[in-house]
Design a protein around this ligand. Structure first.
Ligand SMILES: Cc1ncc(COP(=O)(O)O)c(C=O)c1O
Length: 379
């Protein structure tokens, strides 16, 4: 497509639109493992809340600050309500932060790469300069389960001095976790906003510290959460940020007054209150991730250790691209990364045990291997 739309600003005109992945019909046999959706239904309490909504509650505009949901988050995480900003998913909050804080080369967006592509995309639209700083890695072909495969380049990021620094933790598509101490060391050196995007936090090992505690220590830190992943509500479009009210009040100027609809507020409040359900389903996904990882490693794949509901991998023989295409022709959708910093790898979302067994069986069908899915795996 040519860039020739005179109606929009040059920065918009130059930008290549993000492509949403097609959404198969719910009766379709396609196994969609390319968007990190949760394979389980949302909490029964969320569904009951959805059923409780009556027409009259939709007649009026919703509360401007999504208070029912905000108070549920406040109770659940022990955070004062005025430290919480609710948006239509984490993506919209990222959009607000970039719009509020970044501009040109003087107010750049700094990102350690590889990471979630939306950060750079939003900077391009703004426009603001993007400064990409590669993660420090051990050799990308190392097939071992070592925790320090991707290290945060703290000093280089601090030296880049972004108006915003965006870090996904756990990161996508690599799946690695950054130790809280590294984030604290970085926050202590930054004067601009530090965004810590915890979209995948629910799939970390239990007991791993969240960056929420940094918000109390540093005025410029904002932690992002979403209900799209751990809470299985990607279709609801609900997320929130936690930060000091001084930072939040600036970002909130960008948000439309009535941004969250009455349905999302009610359903989201019920979902966030049902921690037991979310924790149980997240534990199941972690166990499946562990079994799936082992089954792939048994077949010689390089699989990065992951703290998300997905794994990044490379086959022993042949290219990830051709595996992606073979799986796709057999109705299994995965995400292929051709860019140089990922050098031909595949990201596969973790579904149910049955779904991941289907992936393994299909991989064996493409290139037969003797091992079974449950071979020696532990949670
Ligand atoms: C790192 C990261 N942040 C944010 C999001 C988007 O979250 P939401 O659905 O709340 O917009 C995603 C979605 O895949 C993601 O991978």
């Amino acid at each position: 497509m040519t860039n020739s739309n005179r109606y929009v600003r040059p920065a918009i005109d130059r930008t290549i639109a993000l492509q949403a992945s097609p959404r198969p019909d719910s009766r379709s046999p396609i196994l969609k493992l390319n968007s990190n959706e949760n394979p389980y239904p949302p909490s029964p309490q969320a569904i009951a809340a959805l059923r409780s909504i009556n027409g009259d509650s939709l007649r009026r505009y919703p509360e401007a600050n999504a208070d029912e949901f905000r108070h549920a988050v406040s109770r659940e995480f022990d955070i004062p309500p005025d430290w919480i900003l609710v948006t239509n998913g984490a993506d919209v909050l990222l959009d607000h932060i970039v719009r509020a804080c970044a501009e040109g080369a003087d107010r750049p967006v700094v990102i350690p790469t590889p990471t979630y592509p939306l950060y750079a995309h939003l900077a391009t639209l703004q426009p603001a300069e993007t400064i990409a700083i590669p993660y420090q890695t051990t050799a990308a072909t190392t097939p071992v389960d070592q925790p320090d495969t991707y290290r945060l380049p703290i000093d280089a990021i601090a030296a880049a001095n972004g108006a915003i620094t965006c870090i996904a933790n756990p990161n996508s598509p690599t799946g690695h976790t950054i130790p809280l101490e590294d984030l604290r060391r970085l926050a202590a050196q930054l004067t601009g906003v530090l965004v810590i995007d915890e979209a995948y936090v629910d799939f970390q090992q239990p007991g791993t510290a969240s960056a929420l505690e940094l918000v109390r220590e540093f005025e410029q830190v904002i932690v992002l959460r979403t209900l799209s992943k751990g809470y299985a509500l990607a279709g609801l479009r609900l997320g929130f940020g936690v930060a000091n009210p001084r930072l939040l009040s600036g970002i909130a100027k960008v948000k439309p007054v009535y941004n969250i609809d009455a349905i999302a507020v009610r359903v989201g409040a019920a979902a966030i209150g049902d921690r037991a359900y979310k924790d149980a389903r997240s534990a199941m996904i972690r166990q499946t991730r562990s079994r799936f990882t082992q089954a792939l490693r048994d077949r010689g794949f390089t699989v990065w250790p992951s703290s998300g509901n997905f794994v990044l991998l490379r086959p022993l023989i042949g290219s990830a691209r051709s595996l992606h295409d073979e799986l796709r022709s057999r109705q299994i959708w995965t995400r292929h990364y051709p860019q140089p910093d990922l050098a031909d790898q595949l990201r596969i979302t973790i579904g149910t045990d049955t779904q991941m067994q289907q992936v393994i069986t299909t991989i064996d069908d493409i290139a037969p291997q003797p091992k079974s899915f449950c071979h020696g795996a532990t949670g």
